[in-house]
Design a protein around this ligand. Structure first.
Ligand SMILES: [Zn+2]
Length: 341
């Protein structure tokens, strides 16, 4: 099969890899319908995260089940499935509490599988994959694909930030996750949604997804604007979708005392000052999103066409042109690149 492989920073090649096979009785092999490039794929692409050997990339996926192991109960060949970017059994105590991204038997798809490929072996298939009611029409595929990570992550960020009807929400980060955090906040009933963004096309998408206000400054200046918009108090709920020291501090400082920060940007060298954290009196909750918790609800919203998160894809390429997808996202020419298989 063909798959996208990162050889060195900036060097993505689509090449032949061995076809995945059933290895455990709980595995499924799926044929990918679509996959995509994630903001987090750019960390190794830019050389900020080291890779030690050529690495098959990708962790977002939708596709059709081709074969299942002898112990798989809920899936059959021909089913259309959406899976989380973290493998989970969905039965352990951590999973049952809703934290499937930290399943005791969990593994990250990006580390061991790589779904920017024609096929993938999905371990713990019953716990990881969720079937759609029917094989979806082509126009629903991009939205279903977002549920695999970016939508599920934006949704978790909004839940972790305790977004509720009537609340004011601020969103730090105008990448795909931040934009879908806006969509999630809207769905969860937020009254006011303030998006930080300096890019016109992203501002427009944020408004389409439900942002009521746009703030174009960042850092302490951005925080001052949020305070101005909230009677000096700060937002009730702040979504952090970047993962840097600056964005995390911006999120904490934009939150009112007693408010909630939902952080989902993968942390890169973030270090929180204890004294400031202590006196901020904010709730901090986040981490790798337990997408599996939200998949049934998100699939339902998408197949009923209540939401259209697939709009975050502003570039669509065949898998063979994966390298161009990486380049376009690296150069911020694209918010998110979909790869058709
Ligand atoms: Zn588990």
């Amino acid at each position: 099969m063909r798959a996208a492989v990162l050889h060195a920073p900036g060097d993505v090649r689509v090449e032949e890899r061995p076809d995945p096979r059933i290895e455990q009785p709980t595995d499924a092999v799926i044929r990918l319908t679509a996959t995509c490039v994630c903001g987090s794929d750019l960390w190794p692409y830019r050389g900020i995260e080291a890779i030690n050997e050529p690495t098959q990339m990708g962790h977002e996926y939708v596709g059709v089940v081709e074969e299942v192991g002898s112990e798989v109960r809920t899936l059959a060949p021909g089913d259309f499935v959406v899976g989380s970017f973290v493998i989970s059994d969905n039965t352990c105590e951590i999973c049952r509490a809703g934290y499937q991204s930290r399943c005791v038997n969990g593994e990250f798809v990006s580390m061991t599988i790589g779904t920017q490929a024609e096929k993938a072996r999905i371990p713990l298939a019953d716990g990881t994959l969720v079937t759609t009611p029917d094989v979806p029409s082509d126009d629903l595929v991009p939205s279903l694909l977002t549920a695999s990570d970016v939508l599920g992550t934006g949704w978790f960020a909004a839940v972790a930030a305790d977004v509720q009807p009537g609340k004011t929400v601020a969103v730090v980060g105008d990448g795909a996750v931040g934009l879908l955090g806006v969509l999630a906040a809207r769905q969860l009933g937020a009254e006011r949604i303030i998006a930080f963004s300096r890019h016109e096309s992203r501002q427009q998408l944020a408004r389409e997804f439900g942002a009521t206000d746009i703030v174009t400054t960042r850092g302490d200046e951005g925080v001052a604007e949020i305070k101005e918009l909230t009677h000096g108090l700060g937002a009730h709920s702040v979504i952090e979708a970047v993962g840097t020291q600056e964005s995390m501090m911006q999120a904490i400082r934009a939150t009112r005392p007693g408010g909630h920060v939902g952080y989902v940007g993968v942390s890169h060298d973030v270090s929180l000052p204890g004294d400031e954290l202590f006196f901020s009196a904010v709730h901090l909750h986040g981490g790798p999103a337990p997408v599996r918790r939200f998949l049934p609800e998100l699939i339902d919203l998408i197949t009923r066409r209540a939401i259209d998160p697939g709009k975050v894809f502003d570039l669509s390429l065949p898998l063979d042109q994966a390298a161009e997808g990486y380049r376009a996202m690296d150069e911020r020419r694209a918010v998110k690149a979909l790869l058709t298989v």
